[in-house]
Design a protein around this ligand. Structure first.
Ligand code: NAD
Ligand code: UGA
Length: 434
């Protein structure tokens, strides 16, 4: 089989490489010339564990190629996947579908025969039908089926999530479209992956419902953490005690500084807007968005309070800027709220991330970037653990203490052992624990 993947971002690149690993011929297209050139030269433009090896091996075996030429990519393809971005539209929070519609139109213009156009991008309910309309208008002479195959991978674990998903969702309206997608995912039948076969609208909504539910779940445990602090309880044990109930489940009950990333913030907002417009508001999601935004601000205030009420003239080491570990993605990271607020309050900020990212371009002027975690904490008054990279879990409290000037530790991911840090002489604070 042969597929074209439009968009060489986190989803397009991972899905393309994984389909190639399944034995499919994959051509990945991107409009960014430098990205395609890098990929052709064997350089991966993003950090995702295991992706370099997968791309290298499949490109070497001739199953994976990269181009900026869409016509060339879709020629002879059984399916064309749209994996372009759907960011928040400035001002109203709706998903910006301009990349999706533009790519769909380009495919229609370039198509030489019948094909199946599949949205892998996260698109609001009703988008597939709008794409159908664009295709019909652009190429009334051609039969182009539209299908929805939302992607559920997480950054940092993307290859494992794609290769061993909890389920595959396929929304379509013809047997041909279902058949093409089922054939592509055939290797997953061997591991008995559930396939949810449904209509276009339902598939589109499943993706938003799943992301919004996870965002609500995180926000719920974050609010429980606040309550634990007031009530003298421990949020780890609350999460464990709740999560062992099979109806609730233990995953995504880790309290922290508020969810970030390229998807939960924009997808919750887009779902809330769509639901309002359709006259069925999801107020629980609206409240989640507001609570999560407020939480990121509150984290900065918590650091200032721990510094005795003023950050002026203080040096704060911030460990971890990306929105989660094992990614270089900075989109909507809590650090983008916490660090600017601390700078505004007069603090000098020294940061360290184990992987290079775009943080340098996104942080306020004056923020310093250290080469190691220990360099970042050198002579600092406080250390804030914002993203729980494994490297940070292994840091010795004694080494931190001897490098630092002050004794304030804010572990906003509950990654460190409170007793060990207190024993080393720190004033240690975490989330939802005493
Ligand atoms: P991204 O911004 O990393 O990548 C999108 C790529 O598409 C860019 O490289 C861009 O240059 C390219 N592009 C845009 N228009 C194009 C065109 N007309 N032709 C060719 N290339 C074009 O985005 P992403 O994080 O991969 O997300 C893509 C979609 O997948 C979004 O809808 C997102 O919500 C969804 N999604 C993302 C994740 C994730 O973990 N990042 C997971 C599941 C779903
Ligand atoms: C999320 C979903 O988990 C994927 O299923 C989905 O495909 C993807 O969004 C998407 O649509 O793009 P991702 O954003 O990569 O994946 O990462 P997550 O592991 O879900 O983390 C998101 C945010 O929630 C991070 O800031 C993380 O620190 C936070 N989080 C997660 C918590 O604070 N607590 C938790 O228990 C889990």
């Amino acid at each position: 089989m042969r597929v074209a993947m439009i968009g060489a971002g986190y989803v397009g690149l991972v899905s393309g490489a994984c389909f190639a690993e399944f034995g499919v011929d994959v051509c990945v297209v991107d409009t960014e010339v430098s990205k395609v050139e890098a990929l052709r030269a064997g350089r991966i433009p993003i950090y995702e564990p295991g992706l370099d090896r997968l791309v290298e091996e499949n490109a070497r075996d001739g199953r994976l190629s990269f181009t900026t030429n869409l016509d060339e990519a879709i020629n002879g393809a059984d399916a064309v996947f749209l994996a372009v971005g759907t960011p928040s539209r400035r001002g109203d929070g709706h998903a910006d579908l301009s990349y999706v519609f533009a790519a769909a139109e380009q495919v229609a213009r370039a198509a030489k025969g019948p094909l199946v156009l599949v949205t892998k991008s996260t698109v609001p309910v009703g988008t597939g039908r709008k794409i159908k309309e664009i295709l019909r208008k652009t190429r009334p002479d051609l039969e182009i089926e539209v299908a929805s195959n939302p992607e559920f991978l997480r950054e940092g674990n993307a290859i494992g999530d794609f290769m061993r998903p909890d389920r595959v969702v396929i929304g379509a309206e013809s047997d041909r479209a279902f058949q093409v997608l089922r054939r592509l995912y055939r290797p997953l039948y061997l591991i008995e992956t559930p396939i949810v076969q449904t209509g276009l609208e339902t598939a589109e909504l499943i993706k938003y419902a799943a992301n919004a539910f996870l965002a609500v779940k995180i926000t719920f445990i974050n609010q429980m953490a606040d309550l634990c602090e007031k009530a003298g309880a421990d949020v780890h044990d609350v999460a464990r005690g709740m999560g062992l109930d099979g109806r609730i489940g233990r995953k995504f009950l880790h309290a922290g500084p508020g969810y970030g990333g390229s998807c939960f913030p924009k997808d919750t907002l887009a779902l809330a807007r769509t639901a309002q417009e359709l006259g069925a508001p999801v107020t629980i999601v609206e409240q989640t968005i507001a609570a999560n935004d407020a939480r990121k601000e509150a984290m900065a205030e918590r650091v200032i309070a721990a510094l005795g009420g003023s950050a002026a003239g203080k040096t704060v080491a911030v460990l971890g800027l990306t929105f989660k570990p094992e990614t270089d993605d900075m989109r909507d990271a809590p650090s983008l709220v916490v660090v600017p607020r601390l700078v505004e309050a007069g603090a000098t900020i020294r940061t360290y991330d184990p992987q290079p990212s775009h943080a340098r371009q996104m942080m306020p002027a004056g923020v310093q970037f250290a080469e190691t975690a220990l360099d970042a904490v050198e002579s600092a008054d406080a250390v804030v653990l914002l993203t729980e990279w494994n490297e940070f879990r292994a840091l010795s409290p004694q080494k931190l203490k001897s490098a630092m000037r002050g004794d304030v530790v804010l572990d906003l991911r509950n990654a460190w052992d409170p007793a060990a840090f207190r024993e080393a002489g720190f004033t240690y604070q975490s989330i939802g624990r005493q």
